[in-house]
Design a protein around this ligand. Structure first.
Ligand code: NAD
Length: 445
């Protein structure tokens, strides 16, 4: 099938590349000329394990093309995916300007039946807005061309996106158009060979399903973080509590890790956007507000622990803090709303310096913060420790899990770790002479 994808970010590029890999003929369009130029030369704008090989293979075999021309993209696909960003507006609602710009562009250039598929995460009712936009542009053009709007939210996880796309837990498709349903079945058939993963539903339910999933996951994290803060005050160990409750199959072990808060491009913005949608329809989203508030507080936890350790914020001036992990989670270079940013910015504000290391997010960090005297990006995890007062950990990259603690001690000024991801054994570290502050593990600094 001929497919067009608008947006070549984490979602658009993975979608385009994976659809090409099962044999579809795909054109990916982006307004960012540098991104498209790079992609044409085989350079990926993002780090995503396994994606480079898929892009290379399908480009070579002629099933994956990149363009900045909306005309070309609209002419190509019978199915047109919208996979552009929906960042939060000032009031927390999702900013739909990019989605509607693509809808307009499709309507301007289409001359036969198109299925317009919304893959971006968008508030309930957006399909109606897309439909209205397309209708009004077609009316301007005096063109009577049939089309359908479908909601097909994406559930991939950065860091494991290719796997998630190729073997999805579910494919959600919201549609009220029989022809569109047929096309979507054909398009996703290669992903349903083992068993049927597609769930068809009405458009509004599909739009809400995406927010419901992210809000549920964010709720689990904030719940565990609240319990972790309580465990600290009660002298309990949240990691033991986690295992204790995870063993109940109604709760399960997945996604109940306490830590220094959730970040990324999705949870923070989607929880805010859903809360905003609730208010718009006259409902006070008490739980969602709390999930968000707990997370905001949690992202400050490491900073407060560090400040308390040194006897107050004023004593941070002139200190050097080593930081392991910049990405909002392992296996990605994405630093959007990352807890590391909250920590670094608070440390800078207090007059401290940061020596940081991340296996893949260093370029992204440089892009965000530029050159500054109070940030040194280090070659490897050990050199980040040289002459630093203490170490803080914000991302649970595998390379941080079993480091050479003796080497670390020699490089740090004091053997102190602030672990925002609970990756070490507190008892072992204390035995080895470390001061170890984790999340919810009895140390209340
Ligand atoms: P992104 O910021 O990585 O990429 C968006 C891309 O869209 C950019 O390359 C931008 O240049 C391009 N773009 C903007 N306007 C355009 C236009 N008019 N025409 C063509 N391209 C245009 O965003 P992302 O992380 O891929 O997220 C996209 C959507 O998918 C969002 O709604 C997000 O909430 C949702 N989503 C993201 C993830 C994730 O893990 N990143 C997972 C599921 C859903």
């Amino acid at each position: 099938m001929k497919i067009s994808v608008f947006g070549t970010g984490y979602v658009g590029l993975v979608t385009g590349a994976c659809l090409a890999d099962v044999g579809h003929d795909v054109v990916c369009m982006d307004v960012d000329e540098a991104k498209i130029e790079g992609l044409k030369q085989g350079k990926l704008p993002i780090y995503e394990p396994g994606l480079d090989a898929i892009v290379e293979r399908n480009t070579k075999e002629g099933r994956l093309h990149f363009t900045t021309s909306p005309e070309e993209a609209v002419a190509h696909g019978s199915v047109q995916f919208i996979a552009v960003g929906t960042p939060p507006d000032e009031d927390g609602s999702a900013d739909l300007q990019y989605v509607l710009a693509v809808a307009e562009s499709i309507a301007r250039h289409m001359d036969d039946y198109k299925v317009i598929v919304n893959k971006s995460t968008v508030p309930v009712g957006t399909a109606d807005k897309v439909r209205d936009k397309v209708r009004s542009v077609l009316a301007e053009r005096n063109a009577d061309i049939p089309f359908a709007v479908v909601s097909n939210p994406e559930f991939l996880k950065e860091g494991d996106a290719v796997n998630d796309f190729m073997k999805p837990d579910r494919i959600i498709i919201g549609t009220d158009d029989a022809e569109a349903e047929k096309l979507m079945r054909r398009l996703y058939a290669p992903f349903n060979r083992n068993h049927e993963r597609t769930i068809f539903m009405d458009i509004r339910s599909a739009e809400l399903t995406k927010y419901a999933a992210n809000a549920m996951l964010a709720t689990k994290i904030s719940f565990m973080n609240e319990l972790a803060n309580l465990a600290e005050r009660l002298g309990a160990d949240i990691e033991q509590v986690r295992q204790g409750i995870g063993s109940d199959p109604r709760i399960g072990y997945h996604f109940i890790y306490p830590g220094c808060g959730y970040g990324g491009s999705c949870f923070p913005k989607d929880v805010k956007a859903l809360a905003r949608t609730a208010r718009e329809v006259g409902y006070v989203p008490e739980l969602l507000d709390a999930v968000e508030a707990v997370n905001e507080t949690q992202k400050q936890r490491l900073f407060h622990k560090i400040a308390n350790h040194f006897g107050g914020v004023d004593n941070l001036r002139g200190r050097t803090i080593a930081l392991w992990g910049l990405a909002f989670k392992p296996n990605t270079d994405d630093m959007r709303e990352a807890p590391s940013r909250t920590l670094m910015e608070a440390l800078w504000q207090a007059g401290a310096r940061v020596q940081a290391y991340d296996p893949v997010a260093m370029d992204e960090c440089r892009r965000i913060y530029g050159e500054r005297d109070d940030l040194v990006l280090c070659e490897d995890k050990y050199s980040a420790l040289n002459n630093a007062d203490v170490l803080a950990i914000c991302t649970e990259w595998r390379t941080f899990r079993a480091p050479d603690f003796e080497e670390m001690k020699q490089r740090l000024k004091t053997p102190v770790i602030f672990d925002g991801r609970n990756i070490y054994d507190p008892e072992q570290l204390r035995e080895d002479g470390w001061k170890y502050y984790a999340i919810g593990r009895g140390e209340t600094a």
